[in-house]
Design a protein around this ligand. Structure first.
Ligand SMILES: Cc1cc2nc3c(=O)[nH]c(=O)nc-3n(C[C@H](O)[C@H](O)[C@H](O)COP(=O)(O)OP(=O)(O)OC[C@H]3O[C@@H](n4cnc5c(N)ncnc54)[C@H](O)[C@@H]3O)c2cc1C
Length: 341
């Protein structure tokens, strides 16, 4: 289908330059037998923290597995961590009968955080069997088995540690500019902090490079209380401003299914004052009013030369392609991840 956005592949680890990360860690129990043939062996990681992030969302922090000393980054911004559980771990299943159960959650912190702290975080929405088990049972001290990190890598800046054999997903090189539109729905917000941090780091590292200096984050949730990581994005927007990157934060409150949206004037002390709160789904009209006009000026109707990314439920991801097209983002500049199977 022309213009269709590719969905992220899961199941097997992608041939990413980042996927050589995990070394075996004496995985001698039956979980290892089910960890999959021909892939990096799973490794134990220990939970070191759990915090409430938003309504129905918790952030879990884990130690990183042992890695090769030369390996700087375990994963790239926008990649996910896949955990594997033995077949009989969950009463009632969770996967194909008799097979290990796998679930993937996007790493919500930047690879630099992991390099410095030797931990990584995932923000998980309580949704079904495994995510509910994580919410209800995983506490500091608990060890889980990490299959590895996978997924498409950055698209705003080229991967810093790219090795041969891995594509860069069309990432712009220094010398190109334009802006970046980051659109998230619900828990699809998790890749946005690492993506934004990537750009801030790169602009700080190369202040003269013609990297994008305008970023619009449009985050759709039903209710403000569900806005996970909004505070983190607010802090990142402040850090971006310090290096000359203008970040516009728009929280789109969509209300209940088919119901009326809440008033845009709702107070949001928890998400930070830089958020512009609006009502409605992120339509072309909404984005023109709250992104294009404030950032490009009323006479400029298009985001030509921008890159656009969407992460969220499949329906939203599919709709976003048409929205991006209507705003003038060329097909090769549209990127997406969907959190469903
Ligand atoms: C690339 C990617 C990144 C994601 N990032 C996040 C994130 O950051 N935060 C977040 O909350 N959620 C994220 N998800 C969704 C997450 O993987 C789970 O689907 C979600 O937590 C619900 O799982 P559950 O077991 O609780 O629900 P369930 O209702 O038990 O599972 C959901 C359905 O999907 C199937 N399913 C789920 N995972 C797999 C799998 N790995 N392989 C095969 N079938 C599967 C189940 O069989 C079931 O039909 C991501 C998904 C993908 C693909």
């Amino acid at each position: 289908m022309p213009g269709a956005l590719p969905l992220r592949q899961v199941g097997a680890l992608d041939p990413s330059p980042y996927n050589v990360a995990v070394e075996n860690q004496q995985c001698c129990d039956k979980q290892q037998q089910h960890a999959g043939q021909g892939r990096a062996a799973a490794a134990l990681v220990t939970c070191v923290g759990v915090r409430d992030e938003a309504e129905g969302v918790k952030t879990f922090e884990f130690t990183v597995p042992h890695t090769h000393p030369a390996q700087k980054h375990l994963y790239a911004a926008r990649q996910h961590a896949t955990f594997v559980f033995p077949p009989d771990h969950f009463p009632g299943g969770g996967g194909t009968s008799g097979a290990p159960v796998q679930r993937s959650w996007t790493v919500s912190c930047h690879p630099d955080h992991t390099e410095h702290k030797r931990t990584f975080t995932v923000a998980i929405k309580k949704a079904g069997l495994v995510s509910s088990w994580m919410h209800d049972h995983v506490r500091p001290g608990q060890a889980l088995r990490l299959q590895g990190f996978a997924g498409e890598g950055p698209f705003v800046v080229a991967p810093a540690t790219s090795t041969s054999g891995g594509g860069d997903g069309g990432a712009p090189r220094a010398g190109e500019a334009g802006g970046v539109l980051l659109l998230a729905g619900g828990i699809g917000v998790t890749p946005l902090c690492p993506i934004l941090q990537d750009l801030v780091n790169e602009v700080r590292r190369q202040p003269r490079a013609a990297l994008p200096r305008r970023v619009a984050v449009v985050y759709a949730v039903r209710r403000a209380a569900q806005a996970a990581l909004a505070g983190e994005l607010h802090k990142l927007a402040e850090a971006a401003r310090d290096v000359g990157v203008d970040v516009r934060l728009v929280l789109a409150l969509t209300g209940g299914e088919g119901g009326s949206a809440p008033p845009a004037s709702v107070a949001l002390p928890q998400v930070g004052p830089r958020w512009t709160v609006v009502s409605g789904r992120p339509s072309v009209a909404l984005l023109r009013q709250h992104v294009v006009e404030p950032m490009m000026g009323a006479g400029e109707a298009q985001l030509a030369g921008w890159r656009a990314y969407v992460c969220g439920p499949a329906g939203m991801v599919a709709d976003a392609d048409g929205v991006f097209a209507a705003l003038g983002v060329p097909p090769e500049n549209r990127h997406s991840d969907a959190f469903n199977f």
